[in-house]
Ligand binder design. Structure first.
Ligand code: HEM
Length: 526
């Protein structure tokens, strides 16, 4: 070997050694955080991602509302106050609103190239976000009220007739509503093939996208190049998810295209029809139309997660249910179904909704952002390229801001607008559960009104109570801690009892049912 080659190898090896030694170390100026170990940084503290939001909240109480984690050579900044979110994400505009890559989403065929949720900041994303903002704006949201009213009547009826299937009924409901807005078609039954396929792929996707074991592919990108047999379980799962979603996308999109040529009004007015009719830039058809599937993902389960939490809360907190029912009952009694406008006269129900969202936010750690520029907060450096986590759960469980945050107590929202201790709500905004910056949820107005209208109607028509678990013989616990720790926090399967409030109410639902079915029939058929 020539001496020059030996020198080259030496330089190369010392480069690797320096990289490894530096990798995982917290650079000066970064916000504080848990002690790191060489190479891994804090990776070993993330575990398998289970209950990561609880650990994040503990770290926030130790290190403050901005702390950092070293994910090997990458930096993760965790924001745990409304002020930190405002300063680092909201105020930075697009510079605080890109997305880090997601290898698993990519191999499931639903990554940055096709799915806006994972897309980094780029001109096509900004264009699409403008279209979404117009389509789902607060001004446009009332357009969907008739569908929300009709589908929620169907939901009430389903719960009256098959109370034990409440979880399926709720998931059908939120999927159907989102499908009407997105593809101009509804889903009449949970047993429908597309509903089954969609939910089985979403359950698998939510699981592999949760922070944890699969994130290792993004932390150590070299893992992506290791030879992995196609029979490896996660490869099989990814392939299955990809096949199902591509099939759903193609099928639903083709129906919208067909509807457009046939002059079908519902196809023309839905989101996918709207983008297919507009001048989509060359080569962007797939990115634009695949947004339909992304909307189904983003719209169905977060709304269902709230409604399932609502059922659970009503069942295990009878005193809260009694108060909410009294309020709704005083508004319309057994004369008619509640409508959205009734909420203005139901302050306790409003407080109940807010408390459920505070107690069990659907995205406990938001959806990660990526900084494309640096920022400074409280003198700490937030570098360009760092991943930013909006620790929604931690923000809503900070004891300095919320009195007894671990106690479920809707009353706090009757005492102050944001439910916070006096003087601690300066930077709280109503829509914190919907994320922040330029990636804030575009469906928030529709999502909010669905949650509100459905809450009123369920409380009006049904009485929920805790049931005894036949396996253990115990009542459903009050702790409300039996939740999935995937990307979206959903109550795990539970049982509860639902009874009709009165025969007059049943008659009102049955009367409204015919009209609801008639209205919804426009979203059915070939
Ligand atoms: C009702 C409950 C809902 C909650 C709690 C919720 C929450 C969120 C959150 C936290 C994000 C991430 C925001 C961020 O990155 O900072 C998000 C993104 C998104 N949401 Fe929602 N959402 C809900 C309903 C909906 C509905 C009904 C739709 C549409 C039909 C929708 C469409 C989307 C889309 C498309 C994104 C991705 C935006 C992007 O990456 O640019 N969401 N949502």
């Amino acid at each position: 070997m020539q001496p020059s080659e030996i020198v080259l190898i030496g330089v190369f090896l010392s480069g690797i050694a320096t990289f490894l030694l530096r990798s995982g170390r917290r650079e000066q100026g970064l916000p504080p955080g848990p002690p790191t170990v060489p190479v891994l940084g804090n990776v070993h503290l993330l575990g398998n991602g289970k209950d990561l939001h609880l650990r994040m909240s503990q770290w926030a109480s130790t290190y403050g509302d901005i702390f950092s984690l070293k994910i090997s050579s990458r930096t993760m900044i965790v924001l745990s106050s409304a002020t930190a979110v405002k300063e680092v994400v909201d105020k930075k505009g697009w510079a605080g609103s890109s997305r880090p890559g997601n290898y698993i989403a990519e191999i499931c065929g639903t990554g940055a190239e096709s799915n806006l949720i994972f897309a980094p900041d780029c001109p096509r994303l900004r264009n699409l976000r403008r279209t979404l903002a117009r389509f789902f704006s607060a001004q446009n949201a009332p357009r969907y009220l008739p569908a929300q009213a009709a589908e929620s009547t169907i939901l009430l009826h389903d719960l009256m007739v098959h109370p034990q299937d409440f979880s399926e009924s709720i998931r059908r409901y939120t999927y159907s509503l989102t499908k009407i807005m997105t593809y101009g078609r509804r889903a009449p039954s949970f047993a429908d093939e597309d509903v089954q396929q969609f939910y089985s792929s979403v359950d698998e996707l939510n699981h592999v996208l949760a922070p944890g074991v699969y994130t290792l592919f993004d932390i150590f990108p070299f893992l992506q190049y290791l030879p992995v047999p196609s029979s490896a379980p996660w490869r099989v799962l990814a392939q299955r998810v990809e096949t199902v979603r591509t099939g759903l996308h193609t099928n639903m999109c083709d129906r919208v295209r067909y509807g457009l040529t046939a002059g079908n009004k519902q196809s023309a007015e839905c989101f996918v029809g709207t983008v297919l009719r507009s001048d989509v830039p060359d080569g962007e058809d797939h990115f634009y139309s695949y947004t339909g599937i992304a909307l189904l993902d983003a719209g169905s389960d977060p709304t269902a997660a709230f409604l399932l939490s609502l059922v659970l809360v009503l069942a295990v907190y009878p005193e809260c249910q009694a108060r909410a029912w009294k309020e709704v009952n005083e508004l319309m009694g057994a004369t008619r179904l509640p409508i959205l406008a009734d909420l203005a006269g139901a302050p306790y129900v409003c407080a109940l909704i807010k408390e459920i969202l505070r107690f069990k936010p659907q995205f406990p750690l938001g959806v990660p952002h990526l900084m494309t520029d640096e920022a400074t907060y409280k003198g700490h450096h937030v570098p360009k390229g760092s991943i930013v986590v909006l620790n929604t759960y931690g923000i809503f469980h900070d004891p300095d801001v919320f009195e007894d945050p671990w106690i479920f107590n809707p009353e706090r929202f009757l005492k102050s607008e944001q439910g916070t201790r006096p003087g601690r709500d300066a930077n709280f905004r109503d829509n914190l559960i919907f994320g922040g910056g330029r990636r804030v949820c575009p469906g928030q107005s529709v999502g909010q009104s669905t949650m509100e209208l459905t809450t009123m109607r369920l409380i009006w028509g049904l009485k929920f109570s805790s049931a005894r678990d036949p396996a253990t013989g115990t009542f459903i616990s009050r702790e409300l801690d039996w939740y999935s720790s995937d990307l979206i926090a959903m109550p795990r399967s539970f049982i509860c009892t639902m009874e009709l409030r009165s025969s007059e109410r049943r008659d009102i639902v049955l009367q409204a049912l015919g009209e609801a079915r008639l209205y919804l029939s426009q979203f059915e058929g070939t």
